[in-house]
Design a protein around this ligand. Sequence first.
Ligand SMILES: C[S@@+](CC[C@H](N)C(=O)[O-])C[C@H]1O[C@@H](n2cnc3c(N)ncnc32)[C@H](O)[C@@H]1O
Length: 254
Amino acid sequence: MVRQELVARQLDEQIAARYPVGQRLRILDVGMGQGTQALRLARAGHSLTGLESDPEMLRTAHEALASEPAGIRERFRLIEGDGRETGVHFLPGSFDVVLCHGVLMYVEEPDAMLAGLARMLAPGGLLSLLVRNGDALAMRPGLAGDWPGALAAFESDAYSPKLSASLEQGAPPSSLGLPVRADRLEDLTATLAGIAAPLQAWYGVRVFTDLVPNGEELPPADELERLLAAEDRAGRTEPYRRVAALLHLCGVRG
Ligand SMILES: C[S@@+](CC[C@H](N)C(=O)[O-])C[C@H]1O[C@@H](n2cnc3c(N)ncnc32)[C@H](O)[C@@H]1O
């Protein structure tokens, strides 16, 4: 919930900086999963296309969409497909915003996929990536007192969600417990520059609450608001944002 809420605030900020209020944007969500951001953006009036490779996830998304009002269903497309093959499904330049959240960690060679996503953007369009922070992998085992895990994490770009599979909300069941990739800010900055969607802004996501398991009950509303305010502040403040569990990178198509 903290992740989705922080990403929502950051995304709205980036959209508001680029597009007039009320403009209906064409948004592609690659690896949409349960579609938290996509549904939120559709409810805000935008046109959504969800691309998802897992038929089970897609079924869940269809069910969630079925309970939405007709107006939202009409401007929401769900497509089964691979985010590495967006060119098969869409014409270049056909979206204003492309989201790719929590997906890159499952893709072995992300650069080609990212180049494909950038091609889907119209000039000035926004590419929003949420990735596991490869520069801070020792934080989670370290804060949990797992010293061998922390020491190993310094040497690795792979991340194992074994601490608690439930921490990885929405992860495909096949990947739970298996090591997945993490990405480094410097590498992705270079990649984005190379695919004509240079980095414009970046945020840390989950600096203080990374060890809280998914099933944990939410605190009362006023405490939750303070928690989100502290996370939001840390996510945009040096040096805290650099050790966040996740990085939210925003590139803009030149
Ligand atoms: C951790 S979930 C994230 C879901 C959602 N984007 C979010 O942030 O809440 C990752 C999703 O990406 C999907 N996925 C993984 N690799 C993919 C690929 N190559 N193409 C399309 N979807 C993919 C998985 O099936 C899963 O639904």
